[in-house]
Design a protein around this ligand. Sequence first.
Ligand SMILES: Cc1cc2nc3c(=O)[nH]c(=O)nc-3n(C[C@H](O)[C@H](O)[C@H](O)COP(=O)(O)O)c2cc1C
Length: 336
Amino acid sequence: MLYRLILRRLLFFLPPESAHHLALSLCAKGWTERLLRRLFPPLPSGLERTVWGLRFPSPLGLAAGFDKNGIALGAWEALGFGFCEIGTVTPAPQGPNPPPRLRRLPRSEALWNRLGFPSEGAERVARRLARRRTEGRWPRFPVGINVGKSRQTELDRAAEDYARAFSLLRAYGDFFVLNLSSPNTPGLRSLQQETHLRSVLAAVAAANPPPAKPVLVKIAPDLEEKALGRILEVLLSSRCDGLVATNTLPTPDRGGVMGGLSGKPLTQRSTEVIRFLVRESGGRLPIIAAGGIFDGADAREKLDAGASLLEAYTGFVFRGAGFARDIERDLLGTVP
Ligand SMILES: Cc1cc2nc3c(=O)[nH]c(=O)nc-3n(C[C@H](O)[C@H](O)[C@H](O)COP(=O)(O)O)c2cc1C
């Protein structure tokens, strides 16, 4: 309530990227983390689940893209998320795309972005995570790390990029997500095609000796069933532990610039993709659902569609600090 009445108005008064940087840098402060822990009660019990042998205190996590460089892990835990996925981290540091990069569409409860993987690079992120661990500030929930290729890397060399980012960060992630579906890095989405997909998965598998870390693939929301079916065939016959469904929907803004749409307009489409994947895979690959989760009903629908875990970005931006707790409270009332 406080967020919606005051903080959201203040943040939404700022341009979206400035609001994001302000909120994120506040969340990265030690005192904010301590304050949030005091303000928000501990997670309720009854929502825990185990996937890939990892214990998730709640099925709802923070989606990739919010904390790209892993600077505020403790805040996500304090806000009641059951896990977080940091990234996309690229092997080398790179800046964002030129503007326009991020727009709010409040009436549709959506965001449009074409950020294009701004990243401090895998080495720097790994050093930050190592420091957090040695200082004893590591969160108790699972941390996922989403990796991507650098903007200038040719598609034929993309597998090396994924393997390099993965190797540098392997020690710090509980699970990894290969982002092959962002609409904002030219050509990236074609890595979902069979030949590329196999080579990316093979390169990462070669860098993932036992005890192997779970590796997931993040897919786009606008693939036809035939293409989804082919991806599933590859994933089921390769070393792959699950899917994140879905990324943002490729959409032009009013000026015709291509970017990715997230939030409410994605809710139904992403649920349809999840239903199809669960049905066709016979439930053999755990799925993290992402796309337009705003409340307990959206979360319940994704779980009923067969998702093992949930992630949100846009809902968190629109609903604010109490977002995870509100959804968890709703979910607890509907645990089957
Ligand atoms: C501003 C913004 C930046 C994002 N950056 C990334 C990213 O770096 N890597 C990624 O895999 N997904 C990224 N995403 C996609 C989200 O992780 C998520 O898949 C998508 O937004 C759908 O969920 P939502 O409707 O809850 O936002 C981004 C989304 C937004 C809105």
